[in-house]
Unconditional design. Structure first.
Length: 466
């Protein structure tokens, strides 16, 4: 059912809003005369063509043509509808939307997205209450204290606790009269047998996940014992996407913009440890590999350079392999900080302190150099070792779209291991062509399926039913 917002109310919201404040939460903007400029969040670019006019309260990209007012930006950037965009801005500036002419059903459905965001705030308060309870929270508080985390950092990130009960949150939702359909959409409760629901998170320290505008979009939980899985995250919902979200962005943004760089770690406790020791321009991936969307968010909204902290084990090496092309193709500088074997960011910074971490950061190396040295150390420079090195690096190097950058790294690899440059280039170029061919074939198959689907949807009978 459509919801009508009077034109005069929309104009009131536009007049009260400051488009540059809202966009600057998502895009790094710099002064350019009367306007502000930055890298467009809607297409990949190296030179800023995205302009915001505070005087006119509009934005425009001279590269891709995107433009409009504050509502247009939020709809396109956050993937929300017009009513959600209007509601979001109205709430930000304390403007009430008219509800007298709405039915009860309309009031309930004015914004499912906003309802979920509001509900997540109440859930965070619920988990926080459990952690602070003298009896219920005793064990998780002791656990956090043993790991060295201060009360200040616990409060700053809104940590909580989900007790080891099957339906505590289910009963909480029922108590505050949350419709079951809405409660289920949070992803915090799961349907079981006999139409009963149970809690997704049990006996876990809880971490609320915020977006850049400090809205709670999901939760993560860590067990107190050796139960599996050790970490558990909210599932994908209409407000939470792992591939677009990073833990700690709300706290890291300002310092990252000041310094021009951001540290990327892999775990909740890694991030808390970094922030507790003053490295507040740190974010963490959420139980998934870094994606192009993550890098794009950091590049256009936070900083120009990233430092990746990988464990010095096989998993860390694989993470580096996956990340090389992401940063290269988004034109974001990235270096790797290699931690001593057996340490992660959490244990290292608690053991040796901030000064030792800063000294380690000074030794950070470029991502490709890191991969090459790791491959050399693992395989040696025998004939067989060189073959394995080239095989290992073919994938990461072939995924770099910039042919000039790719050729520079091929030349470096050639000189490092003493293998003819043209031989390495031939192998990598073949991989590039093979990937392009597979992509083309997949696209052709997809178009054929789409064409067949469209033909079927027209109702035409290829074979007569008679």
């Amino acid at each position: 059912m459509a919801i009508h917002i009077p034109e005069e109310k929309i104009l009131e919201i536009i007049s009260a809003a400051n488009i540059s404040d809202i966009i600057s939460e998502r895009v790094v903007l710099k002064k350019a005369g009367k306007d502000l400029v930055g890298l467009c969040p809607f297409h990949s670019e190296k030179t800023p063509s995205f302009t915001v006019s505070p005087a006119k309260q509009i934005f425009h990209c001279f590269g891709c043509g995107a433009g409009g007012n504050v509502f247009s930006f939020l709809m396109k950037h956050d993937g929300i509808g017009f009513v959600d965009a209007v509601t979001s801005v109205a709430r930000r500036y304390g403007i009430d939307l008219p509800t007298n002419d709405m039915s009860l059903s309309q009031k309930r459905t004015i914004s499912e997205r906003q309802q979920l965001l509001d509900l997540n705030k109440r859930v965070m308060a619920f988990f926080t209450f459990q952690l602070e309870d003298r009896i219920i929270g005793e064990k998780p508080r002791a656990y956090l204290s043993k790991r060295g985390f201060s009360q200040e950092i616990i409060h700053r990130f809104g940590l909580g606790f989900a007790p080891n009960e099957w339906d505590l949150l289910v009963r909480f939702f029922r108590k505050i009269n949350v419709p079951q359909s809405l409660a289920e959409k949070t992803g915090l409760i799961i349907p079981g047998k006999n139409q009963r629901f149970y809690d997704r998170f049990r006996n876990r320290v809880m971490f609320p996940i915020f977006d850049v505008s400090r809205q709670i979009i999901g939760f993560g939980g860590r067990v107190l014992d050796d139960a599996k899985p050790k970490y558990l995250n909210s599932p994908e919902t209409v407000i939470y996407s792992k591939s677009h979200s990073l833990f700690g962005v709300q706290e890291a943004r300002n310092r990252a913009r000041e310094t021009g760089c951001v540290y990327i770690v892999e775990g909740y406790f890694d991030l808390l440890a970094m922030h507790q020791h003053g490295v507040t321009n740190t974010v963490a991936s959420l139980g998934t590999a870094l994606t192009a969307e993550h890098v794009r968010l950091l590049r256009r909204g936070f900083a120009q350079k990233a430092f990746l902290l990988f464990d010095s084990d096989e998993a860390g090496l694989k993470a580096a392999h996956r990340s090389v092309s992401l940063f290269m193709n988004e034109a974001m500088d990235a270096e790797v900080i290699v931690l001593p074997r057996g340490y992660d960011p959490d244990s290292y910074i608690f053991a040796f302190g901030r000064d030792a971490f800063d000294a380690l950061s000074e030794k950070a190396v470029g991502m490709v150099a890191f991969l090459i040295e790791s491959a050399v150390n693992a395989n040696g420079l025998s004939m067989e070792g060189k073959v394995r090195i080239i095989t290992e690096l073919t994938g990461p190097l072939s995924e770099i779209k910039d042919s000039v950058a790719r050729s520079i790294y091929i030349k470096y690899l050639s000189e490092r291991i003493g293998v003819d440059e043209s031989a390495i280039a031939g192998k990598i170029d073949a991989s590039v062509r093979r990937a392009a061919s597979q992509h083309s074939a997949a696209g052709h198959a997809s178009r054929q399926e789409q064409s067949a689907s469209q033909t079927a949807s027209t109702g035409e009978n290829i074979i007569s039913p008679e």
